[in-house]
Ligand binder design. Structure first.
Ligand code: RIB
Length: 338
């Protein structure tokens, strides 16, 4: 069945009113008698008429649409963050467009270009790298941006994130308190702030205890299971094997866990394993991993609220940085060194 595209003129003709009256019904503006409204609404329903939002947005200078650009839509941390942002957008009667960049700057640029063409009202951005260009480009186009989860130090921009440096510091101090002295950190790309901040917190804890991490105990890779597997193999093959693995996110932890198992080792009997990011409540039947939990839902909802405050002019003129608390959850994947 072909879909016939009805126009506002078709609706007006069928209802026996002017196109202006149809507009008043669509925009719920101006006086329209109950009988006329009923006739117009019936004509809209009978014809299957869908208003042209582009025309409406030209008049109102708003598409009532915001975008969330993130790096890995398969990661439950990000899907939980999306839910937090989308709940807020819905409460503001806005649509949310979701874009997945796979940590690729090229894909990120491609999506930001499309979003500008679509005249989105604002962008929530999990940047693929900590460079300021994407942020300043959007700002120069007059599009409000809130950076989420990560930092863009060289840009003056609203931001909502967790304190990755402090979280890694607390987790490393926890392992040192158990007696570990050779802790390997498996992290993401050096150009991503969360990856680097977790290295910095790990190092701060070691230096406070007069320990110097050997560079062989820090592995840079991707926030992906295959990379976690490879990085774990790399440190397990060291002449002096680490007694603890610290995965900088949940996907690295998943790959590293498989590498430990394939090496015939058990957790925590042979070595401890800890990570950033808990699984969303209910996904893990019997969670066993000691983690630094990030409030992903709140991160998404707070970022969206800050964006809508900026859009409505309610936000303070100075850019806001919201840092949400992390939480260390000790479970059975960690213990004193064997
Ligand atoms: O698993 C997602 C978390 O790890 C986020 O903080 C993201 O930035 C990655 O670092």
């Amino acid at each position: 069945m072909g879909y016939v595209v009805s126009t506002i003129r078709d609706v007006a003709k069928q209802a026996g009113v002017s196109t202006m009256t149809v507009s008043r019904v669509l925009n719920n503006s101006g006086y329209v008698s109950a009988d006329t409204r009923e006739r117009v609404e019936k004509a809209i329903s009978d014809l299957g008429y869908v208003p042209n939002s582009l025309a409406r947005s030209l008049r109102s200078k708003s598409t009532r649409t915001v975008a969330l650009v993130l790096t890995d839509v398969t990661n439950p941390f990000f899907t939980t963050l999306v839910r937090g942002a989308e709940d807020v957008a819905s409460r503001h009667d806005f649509n949310l467009i979701l874009c997945n960049t796979d940590e690729s700057e090229a894909k990120q640029t491609q999506y930001l270009t499309v979003l500008l063409q679509k005249r989105v009202d604002g962008v929530l951005l999990v940047p693929a790298r900590s460079t300021s260009e994407p942020v300043t480009w959007l700002q120069r186009q007059g599009v409000p941006v809130v950076v989420v989860d990560r930092r863009v130090p060289s840009a003056d921009v609203d931001a909502v994130r967790c304190d990755s440096e402090q979280g890694a510091y607390e987790m490393t101090r926890y392992l040192l308190g158990l007696g570990h002295r050779r802790i390997a950190l498996l992290t993401g790309p050096a150009g991503v702030s969360t990856a680097q901040d977790r290295v910095n917190g790990y190092r701060r804890a070691l230096h406070e205890c007069s320990l110097n991490e050997g560079d062989e105990l820090i592995a840079y890779g991707e926030f992906a299971p295959h990379s976690g597997y490879r990085m774990a193999q790399q440190v397990l093959d060291l002449p002096e094997r680490p007694t603890a693995l610290f995965a900088a996110n949940n996907f690295i932890a998943a790959g590293a866990y498989r590498a430990v198992r394939d090496a015939g080792l058990s957790i925590p009997a042979d070595l401890s394993m800890v990570a950033f990011d808990d699984l969303p409540a209910g996904l893990a039947v019997e969670p066993f991993m000691t983690v630094i939990e990030q409030p992903a839902y709140e991160m998404g909802s707070r970022a969206a609220e800050l964006l809508f405050a900026r859009l409505s002019g309610r936000a303070p003129s100075a850019c806001q940085e919201v840092i949400l608390p992390i939480r260390l959850i000790v479970r059975c994947s960690s213990g004193a060194p064997s």
